[in-house]
Design a protein. Structure first.
Length: 73
């Protein structure tokens, strides 16, 4: 079982502030979390899923619809 992360650790993992995670929780947003008594913990798999769900695909990152298998146009 993966190690659960507390708010500060989860914030560092995602590259946001602990305050941002706290605001997201209060607003019902952000990654899934669990409460163990008064302690809030995050599963790293849930943090990864949250981050992956927010990936933005740019035009340059998508294959061209005109490309052929050989790569020539």
């Amino acid at each position: 079982m993966p190690q659960s992360l507390r708010t500060r650790e989860a914030a560092t993992y995602l590259g946001v502030s602990a305050g941002t995670l706290e605001v997201w929780r209060c607003k019902g947003r952000g990654p899934r979390y669990s409460k163990l008594g008064k302690v809030v913990v995050y599963d790293p798999a849930d943090l990864d899923a949250f981050r992956d769900a927010r990936k933005v695909f740019t035009v340059d990152a998508m294959p061209s619809r005109f490309e052929t298998k050989g790569g020539a146009r």
